[in-house]
Structures are given as C-alpha cells and as structure tokens.
Write a protein that binds this ligand. Structure first.
Ligand SMILES: Nc1ncnc2c1ncn2[C@@H]1O[C@H](COP(=O)(O)OP(=O)(O)OP(=O)(O)O)[C@@H](O)[C@H]1O
Length: 321
C-alpha cells in the first residue's frame, strides 16, 4: 500500500534521508521511530506528497506520488506535526473547508463531514471555534481533516506530541480504532507508543534506516538467543539438571528464589529452538510443577538504545574526561 524505493532527500549539502526503502502492507500500522532530527518528518512529508525526494520514488495505493500526485493524494490523509488549523473558524466550517479542498461537494460532502465528526468523536464541539478547544480536541480536528475524504492511507506525524497524559491515552485509543480499517504510518520518538500501536517498527537514525521488523522479532534477533522465564516447584539442583538435558538450552540462571523449593529460572536457548513444549513435558515427567512460564524479549527501549546509541569515540571520551 505504501512503497518507498531508495528515497534520498538532501537539503542543500545536508542529507536528511539516505537511500531509504520501506514497504507497508494494506491494513498494517508502521511506526517510524527515531530521535530528533532522524528524518521522520521528512520521510512523512515525502510520502504525503508535500516534499519532493532528491532521488528515489514513492507509491501509495499503486500511484506514484511524484508523477501522479493528484490521484495518489486522493488515497492519503496526512496529519502534519503542526496541523494548519484556523483558530477563528468553527470546527464544522473548518472540516467543510477541508472537504471542499479535497473536491467533495453537495450531499457527498455533507455525508463525509458528518461521518468524520462522529468517527473522531467531536460532535459536541462542532459549533465551537477551534481556538477555544483543548489541544486534545484540536488534534482530533486535525485527524478529522486528514480523514474527511475517507483515505485508505493515514500518515500521522508525531500525533501525540504536546498533549497531556489523558489526551495522549485518548488519541492513542482513537488511532487504534481508526487503524483497523486503514494502512497507517506514524512517527514517534516515544517507544511505548510505537510498541502499543504498531505492527512493525522502522528505526531511523541520522537519515538511515537502521532496522525494520516487528517489535518481538527485533528483540529476538538482537538478543542473539531466546529466553524463557519459568517458575518451577522442586529441588533446585534436580530442576537444573533436567533443564540442562533439554536440547538447545545454552544457559540457565536462577533469577529469583520465591520460596523454599520454588524458584524462577531464566533459560536461554538457541535462537531457532523453541523449548517450551519439551520443557513442559520434561518437568511433568519429573513431577516438578510449572507455575508460570513466559518468553522474555528485549524491550523496545533496549533495542532502540542498542541501535541508535553510538559507542563513544576515543576523542569524545577524552573530551568528557
Ligand atoms: N527545510 C529544511 N532545510 C534544511 N534542513 C532541514 C529542513 N528540514 C529538516 N532539515 C534537517 O533534516 C534533518 C531531518 O529532519 P526531520 O525534521 O525530518 O527530522 P525528525 O526525525 O522529524 O525530527 P523531529 O523529531 O525533531 O521533528 C534534520 O537534521 C533537520 O535539521
């Protein structure tokens, strides 16, 4: 649904995005994660057709955003980081205006305006001036203008920036509801936001795409092994021997002693070996009850730090000392 082929964007001599290729399938939510200045907004603007790439091409719903901008943009709803809201207009007038800009007229326009007002939850404030609304409601109005022509693709640049915690929760919930029917790409520098909303994550840093995968797979591949945390009742030494007998197990540590004869074990195994079933049957054979078992992944925060934090150079260390 969204296809980026080798996109590079230069501002003068500065390369803001360097040869990025990305694919977002229909119905998928992709999170673009990166620190300030990574190139997130530039990427979003290029996909939305608001900025031309220096090289490379972008397709949305099969249409080239540079060569067929009008058709491509019919499929795109874009919420910029600072949506241009006219504070002296009422919500209703503004959304009607946004609908007209997208070529909607007459009954069709009225239908879409009413639909989107319901969809983003703003019927109660539709007669109010935008300037009198809270930031959370203004963001909903921004979403409404992006959605008024019922696009298949939604591009959201830092959709929760500047909102208070309550508003953040509400807007995230709204994005979840909206994303069910659409393909969404959203940018954020907030890790829990990306992991809670997105199927896949693309981490960019200094204009380069560092990695792209599901949050779970990113964790697995970076850890270099699988990890299971399991609470087992029984004598520690015998449990350890039983765990060691499982094929693929690389390392066992007792991570917590919960009671006498009840410990939590962290069991590392080879990346391609899922030992959960054999662990279960082995413990059942020995009569050691498993009280809890879960897979452990690297948190997105750990992944992010691992990928975007650079090793300090000798020069920067000397400077710090
Ligand atoms: N119009 C411009 N002219 C020159 N340089 C620019 C321009 N817009 C962005 N840049 C530079 O390009 C790089 C990427 O900027 P971009 O706004 O895409 O990053 P970002 O990841 O969205 O950051 P933030 O989270 O701070 O918005 C930055 O170094 C920025 O200073």
């Amino acid at each position: 649904m969204i296809e980026l082929f080798n996109i590079t964007k230069k501002y003068g001599n500065k390369t803001a995005i360097n040869n990025i290729s990305l694919f977002v399938r229909s119905g998928e939510v992709l999170g673009l994660l990166g620190p300030n200045g990574a190139g997130k907004s530039t990427t979003m603007r290029i996909i939305a057709g608001y900025l031309l790439p220096t090289s490379g091409s972008v397709k949305v719903a099969g249409f080239d955003v540079v060569k067929e901008p009008v058709t491509a943009k019919r499929h795109i709803g874009y919420l910029p980081e600072n949506p241009p809201l006219y504070k002296d207009m009422t919500v209703c007038d503004y959304i009607n205006f946004a609908a007209e800009l997208r070529g909607l007229k007459g009954k069709d326009k009225a239908h879409h305006v009413n639909r989107v007002i319901e969809e983003v939850g703003i019927p109660d404030v539709k007669k109010r001036l935008i300037g009198h609304l809270s930031r959370g409601y203004r963001q909903r109005v921004g979403l409404a203008q992006a959605l008024v022509a019922n696009p298949q693709v939604l591009i959201l640049d830092e959709p929760t920036v500047g909102l208070d915690p309550q508003q953040i929760t509400e807007i995230r919930q709204l994005i979840k509801e909206l994303s069910g029917k659409r393909t969404v790409i959203l940018s954020s520098h907030i890790l829990p936001e990306v992991s809670s909303l997105c199927h896949r994550v693309a981490i960019i840093n200094k204009g380069n795409l560092i990695v792209e995968n599901t949050p779970q797979n990113l964790g697995k591949s970076l850890m270099g092994h699988r990890e299971i945390i399991v609470q087992i009742k029984g004598p520690q030494d015998k449990i350890r021997t039983a765990l060691e007998s499982l094929s693929g197990v690389k390392n066992i540590t007792v991570s917590k002693v919960l009671k006498e004869n009840l410990c939590e074990y962290t069991v590392q195994s080879e990346l391609d070996k899922d030992i959960r079933e054999s662990l279960f049957y082995t413990m059942a054979e020995y009569n050691f009850p498993i009280l809890e078992m879960k897979s452990s992944f690297m948190s997105l925060e750990e992944i992010f730090l691992e990928l975007v934090t650079e090793e300090p150079t000798a020069a920067s260390q000397r400077e710090a000392n």
